[in-house]
Design a protein around this ligand. Structure first.
Ligand code: FES
Ligand code: FES
Length: 874
């Protein structure tokens, strides 16, 4: 029986009949159109995105039953006074406290409540106050800055206005920062359409089983259900993938499911609850088979083949230079060890969502949050058996991705339901479904043997890496290729013998995640270097200085570095602090990092841009890469401003398939690098017309196009005279300082970013990366049993909360990259590459224990954290 509710929402009286099992979040979002409340984890109540004030108290509405609204006064950001809303928007924009924005409305409302009760909180008090809120992007630093600004403004102190205009080097406020802070810029799950249907997936409960039969009859006749679809309903090719078409969008009867994220059926219904209820009625008969869960076992000759498209050995990447064996035999010191990293969940705050509809002209329109909308278009068109131009894809900038939205998630199934029903359909995953479905960061086992001479100069690196790729290829072969390429870290090594293998198993797929193999490799090589430093009698800084790559040196892959090698500048930038901490008797660790910018390795890459002068005096800035919180649209605007001299406010960045701007995935720290070059090239054409005397109004309708191709890199092992595996590299040195109890007190991060395009966004990338890197080092993991993650609880997964974060000092170093736009190179990934080894080194200085496995939960630094305390897995 329906539940009748009467309540006051943002000052207005409401009367509603709702389903008795509905949550307050569902009522407020779906019945009252309150989009500042986001669903990041319902029904866990652990992310804070759904926060509302109920009778003046902060409440997570996803764990509040609808009946909690009865007679209540409910306040959301929409109901704040204009001056409070304005202050909140200005503070978050001015402080660069917004990245993807998904977490911010909840935090902003919490901040308002905090300041109503405690007008002058300290930073530590603010951190504690927002402890119920998770942010995966910012590292909380600039969120706290924003709340400090809000508090100052309420005391009558001036708040610096957000920077509204400027080119390269300016702290230009993020594009749409105010709307993101207030929750008024929609994500896919916020989009409304008349007659919208809601989809739900039927996922395999088994990591490996044969699907004997699928019976959808009960689901199809359930209340509210419009359509149930299975593999038999797919008009095109069911198998897709970024590099290998090995991933079925729906698994057919007679086939095997290969992981617990496999989709067996999909339901469309009038509302999301009806769709989920019906999905639970789909009866699937499975013949359960023993799963292949261990990558070593997967390589046994009698191991079952996990994926029918490819043997279990997905890829082998090899690098051999010089004679490592002979060099090791002659080395003054040799160390060996096995380093093991863990499976990591991206935990972007916005779960996957897609919306599809068939347009009056018969074409399918897809609203995607994916990291490469042209790859989405190709795969969806293939799935539906359509020509690509029959599918129009529009990016709705997402609430975080970090590599986890490169592969298709629900785009194909959503498009299928829309195609079959001829009605708009949206599928939005729950947090549990999201974790089951998208690829993870690879667990990699790394066996290293590394030698040096008596002065600590590296002589040889031998490494064997084995990565658990899970059920589907994704980009796993490339991740292991990148791990191999970064096996020597940012050091000069004359003799190299590296082999990295990616292996199929029935675990959740592994794929792209921020760092893309470099994180894992650095945990190994930096650990080995610390072992050598101890043998030689050098400190961590000195051995790195002696081996640091410089212009003219050879990188692990054989590429001679000809420009923009700022590693030594980053080492010098931290030296005084490192020495001072050691002199003060503190436990301190240092590590360096290198990360490719651009995929490279022989892959042709593009930057593409169209600048279109519009009738309303704006200039549309189309590009092919994705905004996912990193600030790409802002940075591209700054390049356009820099070249044209036009104000930033007239540029409207857009990502859709209006123009043929396929650039592949937003990956490899390349969007600024290549997208920026294309914007500059297009903007120069516009500038020439302006310099010739044209006013912008004279140019309405003109399209200034630039396609930049980068096709001069060489594949690993290619028989070429000049090896150039990558266009550019970022470099970093990080220092970790522990307090007297072994807790991480401070991280210092010096980064060579080529040229600082936007200091605020650049700092934000590094701060957010360090947050992710500290979690990687100490608390984060996603172990599986029988191929199923053992937990879906956010606190167990171990992403750090605001109170867990140490002080972070970011030092931006400029060593201009000639192939980069205005000298810039990518900074999206490298921020966490050296973090875990720096923490490991500091921990060794603290307690004398060498740690070879992540996360380092046995350490005092991990025990000091508020999350990740449960020991997971068996
Ligand atoms: S959605 Fe309610 S706390 Fe995450
Ligand atoms: S800005 Fe906080 S999750 Fe993205």
């Amino acid at each position: 029986m329906a539940l009748d509710l009467a309540f006051t929402l943002n000052g207005a009286a409401w009367r509603l009949s709702v389903a008795p099992e509905a949550t307050l979040l569902e009522v407020l979002r779906e019945r009252c159109a309150i989009t500042s409340l986001k669903d990041g984890c319902s029904p866990q109540g652990q992310c804070g995105c759904c926060l509302a004030l109920i009778d003046g108290r902060p409440r997570m509405t996803c764990v509040s039953p609808a009946r909690a609204a009865q007679g209540a006064h409910i306040l959301t950001l929409e109901g704040l006074s204009d001056s409070d809303r304005d202050l909140c928007a200005r503070a978050f924009a001015a402080a660069a406290g917004v990245q993807c924005g998904f977490c911010i409305p909840g935090i902003a409302l919490r901040a308002k409540w905090l300041l109503d009760h405690q007008p002058t909180p300290t930073r530590a008090e603010i951190a504690r106050a927002i402890d119920m809120h998770l942010c995966r992007c910012t590292g909380y630093v600039k969120i706290i800055d924003a709340i400090v600004l809000m508090a100052a403004a309420r005391r009558g102190e001036p708040v610096p206005p957000p920077v509204a205009d400027g080119g390269v080097g300016v702290r230009l406020a993020r594009y749409q920062a105010a709307d993101l802070a207030l929750g008024t810029r929609p994500y896919v799950a916020d989009l409304a359409r008349p007659g919208l249907l809601h989809g739900a997936l039927v996922l395999s409960p088994h990591a490996r089983a044969r699907v004997v039969a699928i019976d959808v009859s009960a689901a199809a006749s359930a209340a509210g259900v419009v359509r149930v679809a299975t593999a038999a309903d797919v008009p095109g090719r069911r198998w897709y993938g970024l590099l290998h078409d090995d991933w079925p969008g729906l698994v057919a009867e007679g086939e095997e499911v290969r992981c617990v994220g496999d989709v067996v059926a999909v339901v469309a219904a009038d509302d999301a609850r009806a769709a989920r209820r019906a999905a639970a009625l789909v009866r699937v008969e499975y013949d359960v088979l023993p799963p292949v869960l261990d990558p070593i076992a997967a390589l046994a000759p009698d191991a079952p083949q996990v994926n029918p498209t490819h043997p279990n050995l997905l890829s082998v990447s090899e690098i051999r230079r010089g004679d490592a064996e002979a060099a090791l035999a002659k080395s003054a010191h040799v160390v060996s060890g096995t380093w093991q990293t863990q499976r990591i969940e991206h935990l972007f705050l916005e779960p996957e969502s897609a919306l599809a509809e068939v347009r009056p002209d018969g074409r399918l329109r897809l609203c995607s949050q994916g990291q490469g909308i042209f790859d989405d278009r190709r795969q969806v068109a293939q799935f539906l058996g359509l020509a690509e131009d029959q599918v129009i894809v529009e990016l709705v900038p997402n609430g975080g991705a970090f590599g986890g939205k490169e592969d298709m998630s629900v785009q194909a199934q959503t498009a299928l339901l829309a195609w079959l029903t001829r009605r708009p359909v949206r599928i939005t995953l729950t947090r549990e479904e999201s974790i089951r479905l998208h690829p993870k960061r690879h667990p990699i086992r790394m066996d290293y043997t590394v030698g040096c001479d008596a002065q600590g100069r590296l002589t040889a690196v031998r490494a064997r890496m084995l990565g658990d790729g899970g059920a589907y290829a994704s980009v796993g072969g490339k991740v292991l290729e990148r791990a191999a390429g970064h096996a020597c870290g940012p050091y000069r090594v004359p003799n190299v013998d590296v082999e990295a293998r990616a292996v199929y198993t029935n675990n959740p797929p592994s794929g792209a995640m921020r760092g893309f193999g470099a994180n894992q490799a650095h945990f190994g090589i930096e650990g080995a270097i610390d072992l050598l430093a101890e043998k030689v009698g050098l400190d961590g800084w000195e051995i790195r200085w002696r081996n640091a790559l410089e212009v003219g040196d050879t990188f692990c892959t054989g590429q001679v570095l000809e420009k923009s090698v700022g590693l030594k500048k980053t080492l010098l930038a931290v030296k005084d602090a490192y020495d001072a901490a050691r002199r003060a008797g503190r436990a301190v660790g240092v590590a360096c990092g290198i990360k490719n910018c651009g995929i490279g390795n022989g892959v042709a890459e593009w930057g593409k841009c169209r600048l279109v002068v519009e009738h309303d005096g704006t200039v549309s800035l189309y590009n092919g890469y994705t905004e996912m919180g990193q600030g790409l649209l802002t940075v591209l605007t700054q390049f356009a401003v820099e070249v044209t001299g036009l104000p930033a406010s007239i540029f409207r960045p857009k990502v859709d398939s209006t123009y043929q701007l396929a650039c592949g995935q937003t990956t490899g720290s390349r969007a600024t690098l290549f997208g920026g070059r294309a914007v500059i090239a297009a903007a120069e054409k516009l500038r020439r017309d302006l310099e010739a005397g044209a006013a912008l109004a004279d140019l309405v309708g003109r399209v200034y196009a630039a396609d930049v191709v980068i096709d001069d890199t060489t594949a690993l092992g290619a028989p070429v005279a000049t090896i150039k595996t990558h266009t550019a590299f970022g470099f970093a040195t990080q220092v970790c300082i522990l307090d007297a109890s072994g807790r991480v007190e401070k991280m210092i991060a010096a980064h060579d970013v080529g040229r600082v395009v936007n200091p605020a966004l650049c700092e934000g990338q590094v701060e957010g990366s360090i947050h992710m890197g500290l979690g990687y080092a100490l608390t984060e993991e996603l172990p599986c049993e029988h191929g199923m993650p053992v937990t879906f609880r956010l606190r167990d997964i171990g992403v750090l909360r605001a109170r867990d974060m140490p002080e972070i000092e970011v030092i931006l170093v400029e060593d201009p990259e000639p192939e980069g736009p205005c000298g810039a190179k990518g900074v999206g990934e490298i921020g966490l590459v050296p973090t875990a080894p720096a923490v490991a080194a500091a921990l060794f200085a603290f307690d004398g224990v060498r740690r070879y496995q992540l996360p380092m939960k046995d350490s005092p630094a991990a025990r000091a954290m508020s999350v990740g305390q449960r020991r997971l897995g068996s």
